[in-house]
Write a protein of this length. Structure first.
Length: 70
């Protein structure tokens, strides 16, 4: 299990105001954030690949990406 300590009172207060003290809600919000970061990273890699001429057909792209996040 991973435990994260927040040593920033302003950030902690913001989290509590937004999510309360419900640890499950906070964990879900964090998971959503991590998923968004992974998607952003994947998009960045895709842009680099396109710039390098390594493009693949759109239907293949959507199929592979959809499967990855299901």
């Amino acid at each position: 299990m991973l435990t994260i300590n927040i040593d920033n009172p302003e950030l902690e207060q913001s989290i509590q105001q937004t999510y309360g003290n419900d640890k499950q809600t906070i964990a879900k919000a964090f998971l959503d954030f991590i998923h968004q970061q992974k998607i952003k990273k994947d998009i960045g890699i895709s842009i680099q690949q396109l710039d390098a001429g390594e493009g693949i057909p759109a239907d293949q792209v959507f199929s592979e990406i959809s499967a990855k996040y299901e």
